[in-house]
Design a protein around this ligand. Structure first.
Ligand code: UT7
Length: 325
């Protein structure tokens, strides 16, 4: 059977220059480098400069993805930005990215599924590309998470960082089996009844403020391990392969202990799991494309390999997506 798949043809990541170490944060709240490393695996994170907005990070990542794919901004016919830290309440950050990159008039919008945003955005882009509605889609995860942090709350302010990652997606012909290049399967979930264990306590229609991130860490942790495991298995089943067939897992980078817990439950070796949490911390929707960009540029992930990405975040939302590069 002949099918059209959406292939990822270029990936790019961007991290702002400023490095914030655990020791830097220990000057603001009662914490320590040792505690943060032991409980999370995080050693440092990046912080966007005062004059950098989420769209600026997104544009840098997009430029790198364009170079990697051999495409130009003029060829982009769909822009989706996954973000929970938009430049403005509106217009969408995708509209601002379109203007800054000089892309032609085409659909451009944001997806808000917090840390799962990039997985959701891939599925939305697949709906356009695989149906022939877009030929060169730009899908970005970009965040200035440090702008949402309460720097008096040690339970959250040590966990997050800023950054952006982007992919270019293009149609490619396939046979309809798991050997095809391109996106092969998804599992997306949301359970709004658990929205109160991870949220931001502000918004335009409630407080009229931006608000700060609030989290019940242990509950989020427990939900993450169980939910992600289920989504990975469902994603593999929907695409028709076994979890053990996957060459690389590129998880959302929230906590090294979550990565290890999920790997243990799925029976996968940790050397198949890309981890950037030590140096990026949790960059929400940006974390998967940033980790993907790093593992492709250092030669770990190569063309033809089966990759599975997964995430869980506020909502609660979670999900997984599998593709052959
Ligand atoms: O993208 C998805 C969103 N987020 C996540 O996936 C994060 C999920 N949760 C986690 O990663 C972990 O729950 C945390 C890293 C947030 C916390 O680790 P934990 O092992 O679950 O610690 P805890 O919340 O049970 O707290 C243990 C102790 C508490 O002190 P007491 O009550 O035992 O005296 C906390 O106050 O650790 C304390 N604590 C800290 N101590 C030093 C909490 N944060 C810190 C800190 N430094 N930064």
């Amino acid at each position: 059977m002949s099918v059209t798949r959406s292939a990822i043809t270029g990936v790019g990541g961007y991290l702002p220059d400023e490095v914030v170490t655990n020791t830097d944060l220990s000057k603001l709240v009662d914490t320590s480098d040792a505690w943060i490393i032991e409980r999370t695996g995080i050693r440092e994170r990046r912080r966007a400069a005062k004059d950098q907005a989420t769209s600026d990070l997104a544009v840098e990542a997009a430029r790198r993805a364009l170079v990697a794919s051999g495409r130009t901004a003029e060829e982009i016919d769909l822009i989706i930005v996954a973000t929970t830290t938009p430049d403005l309440t509106f217009p969408a950050t995708a509209s601002i990215v379109q203007k800054k990159l000089g892309c032609p008039v085409a659909p451009a919008f944001d997806v808000q599924a917090v840390c799962s945003g990039f997985v959701y955005a891939l599925s939305v882009a697949d709906g356009f590309v695989a149906r022939g509605l877009a030929k060169c889609a730009l899908v970005i995860g970009a965040e200035c998470m440090t702008r949402l942090l309460d720097f008096t709350d040690r339970g959250t302010c040590v966990l997050f960082g800023d950054g952006a990652g982007a992919v270019i997606m293009e149609p490619v012909a396939g046979r309809g089996d798991t050997h095809d290049t391109g996106l092969l399967g998804f599992a997306l979930r949301c359970d709004g009844t658990k929205g109160d264990i991870l949220y931001v306590d502000g918004g335009p229609s409630t407080t009229g403020t931006v608000g700060h991130l609030r989290m019940m860490g242990q509950q989020v942790f427990k939900n993450a391990v169980v939910n992600i495991t289920e989504a990975v298995e469902a994603c593999a089943a929907s695409a028709g392969f076994k979890v053990s067939d996957v060459d690389w897992f590129v998880p959302h980078q929230a906590n090294q202990r979550i990565l290890a817990g999920v790997a243990a439950r799925l029976g996968i070796s940790e050397d198949k799991v890309v981890s950037t949490v030590a140096h990026h911390a949790n960059t929400s929707a940006a974390s998967i494309p940033l980790a993907l960009a790093e593992a492709i540029s250092d030669g770990r992930i190569s063309k033809g390999q089966l990759v599975l990405v997964e995430a869980m975040g506020g909502g609660l939302t979670w999900g997984a997506c599998a593709f052959r590069l």
